[in-house]
Design a protein around this ligand. Structure first.
Ligand code: GAP
Length: 485
């Protein structure tokens, strides 16, 4: 990530260039919901297609599915989401601000944290403290005054808050199915895309020729009623996930866990070209009782390191729960082993919108470009150095003069079937380059008066700004080679 990047610059650029902006802006926006404009949509579809190609289409042992967003409510009972998918929150009665307990504690001084830890009988580590709050709330212990007694500061006022007792807040979004808004018609919007994969495991086993070990992947919307949506799209209430659940024998599960961790790290470094210093891994300190391992792949956002993807060993938990709640066995008969067992699952789970934000932050750069404007030699430019495979526009066709529109449009029509391309004849060539730099177009083709004679165009490369004359009949192959790297 460039040292010049801030979240404010990214948000402004996204709005200015129609990549991402607030949902329902006309009505003042809607907290935690974001819309994608033409360039944002093109890029998000390309990122999803790149993930799908890497995780599903290039493999023989992963298949896809596409489930509904609303499933039978028992799915979420079985998964534990209805009873346990909750964050702990508190309100400051003075400032009327609401906080997730871990976010609030992260912003306290060492002294205040030490006092909270002492009152909670825990260590000062935020993860351990949060777990202590969870346990005590579940056990019904009175911790109503802990934040008051520890004089916890409200970060929005820098004063000690008048805190409400901490309480659990379920993150599932609810709706009703059918004409009557009654308890028995209550349903949930899915909180993760993976649960319908577990529910469909037997059907997919029976309807495909897949044998264990194999994976099922799904991309799509997930919904969480986040207490504090923040940091642009990082924590939203409606977002997209790209998940793959790999079913295997428990004896092999740690080998598969390591395999998928390495594959996912290679996706970021080799396919999406993240710099090594932008990424790190973080093993979970606290594991679910059924899991053998779990880790996060983190990215350094302008606001600090944040989880991008989770790699989780889920044991046999999900299939066992669905077996219990549905009353239908979720076992697999392994012919090679002559053994019947409930498969163990290794999961890879990344948020598409969070990945988009990481790509935007990674790509952002400011440098200088040649100019003839106002007698200056150079001018500043903002350039998004996206990998060409996911850039919203891969090729821009820019006629030097409107008189050249016919030939330039013909060229555009030839390239359009192969590349995400754009024709632009408005304003000076310098301004058009700046606009394309800001949306990260890797190749600009200038169609000039010589093009009519020599059937060549000038290809300008975004990052180096180097220019090369290329024959029009060789362009498609030339660009294809460059884009595929
Ligand atoms: N099935 C496992 C699961 O859902 P998770 O860690 O809760 O695990 C996986 O979510 C990924 O989904 C995260 O690493 C993150 O990229 C994305 N994600 C989770 N909550 C999100 C939110 N509120 N807004 C945007 N992305 C989110």
């Amino acid at each position: 990530m460039s040292s010049q990047v801030t979240l404010e610059k990214i948000t402004n650029l996204c709005k200015r260039r129609g990549l991402i902006f607030q949902s329902s802006e006309l009505y003042g926006g809607f907290n935690g919901f974001w819309d994608y404009g033409p360039y944002g949509t093109a890029m998000r579809r390309a990122v999803e297609a790149t993930w799908w190609d890497y995780m599903v289409e290039q493999r023989e042992n992963v298949v896809g599915q596409d489930s509904t967003i609303i499933c039978h409510p028992q799915v979420w009972k079985a998964s534990g989401h209805v009873d346990q998918f909750a964050d702990i929150m508190v309100d400051n009665k003075d400032s009327k601000k609401r906080y997730r307990i871990d976010n609030l504690l992260e912003q306290q001084s060492e002294e205040v944290l030490a006092k909270v830890a002492e009152l909670m009988g825990s260590e000062t580590d935020i993860g351990k403290l949060e777990a202590a709050f969870e346990t005590k709330l579940q056990e019904g212990e009175n911790i109503d005054s802990v934040l008051l007694d520890a004089k916890v500061i409200d970060p929005s006022t820098d004063k000690v808050g008048d805190w409400t007792p901490p309480r659990q807040f379920n993150l599932m979004m609810q709706t009703y199915v059918g004409p009557v808004f009654s308890e028995e018609n209550k349903a949930y919007l899915r909180a993760e895309t993976c649960q319908p994969i577990f529910v469909n495991f037997q059907t997919i086993c029976n309807s495909t020729r897949q044998k264990l070990p194999f994976g099922i992947a799904q991309t799509g919307k997930a919904f969480r009623n986040e207490i504090n949506p923040r940091n642009f799209t990082f924590r939203s209430r409606e977002f997209n996930q790209m998940e793959m659940e790999f079913f295997c024998h428990s004896d092999d599960s740690m080998d598969w866990y390591n395999f998928w961790r390495d594959q996912r790290l290679a996706f970021y470094s080799d396919v999406l070209k993240f710099k090594p210093e932008s990424m790190r891994t973080h093993d979970h300190d606290k594991l679910a009782h059924y899991a053998k391992a779990a880790m996060d792949i983190e990215f350094e956002f302008p606001f600090g390191w944040g989880e991008l993807e989770g790699i989780h060993h889920r044991g046999t938990w999900d299939l066992s729960q669905h077996a219990e709640f549905s009353g239908q066995k979720q076992e697999y008969f392994d012919q090679a082993r002559n053994e019947k067992y409930i498969p163990t699952v290794v999961e890879t789970s990344v948020g598409l919108d969070r990945l988009m934000l990481a790509l935007l932050c990674e790509a952002y750069d400011e440098d200088e470009a040649e100019t003839a404007k106002d007698g200056k030699e150079v001018e500043g430019r903002v350039v998004m150095r996206f990998p060409a495979i996911i850039a919203p526009v891969q090729v821009a066709i820019l006629p030097l003069s409107k008189k050249l529109a016919e030939g330039a449009r013909e060229l555009h029509a030839k390239l359009k079937p192969f590349f995400r391309s754009e024709y632009d004849e408005a304003q000076s060539i310098g301004k058009r380059y700046r606009r394309q730099d800001e949306i990260g177009t890797p190749f600009c083709l200038t169609f000039d008066f010589d093009s009519l004679e020599d059937n060549c165009v000038t290809v300008r490369e975004r990052d180096s700004m180097s220019q090369e004359r290329v024959a029009i009949d060789k362009l498609a192959n030339y660009l294809m080679d460059k884009i595929r790297g």
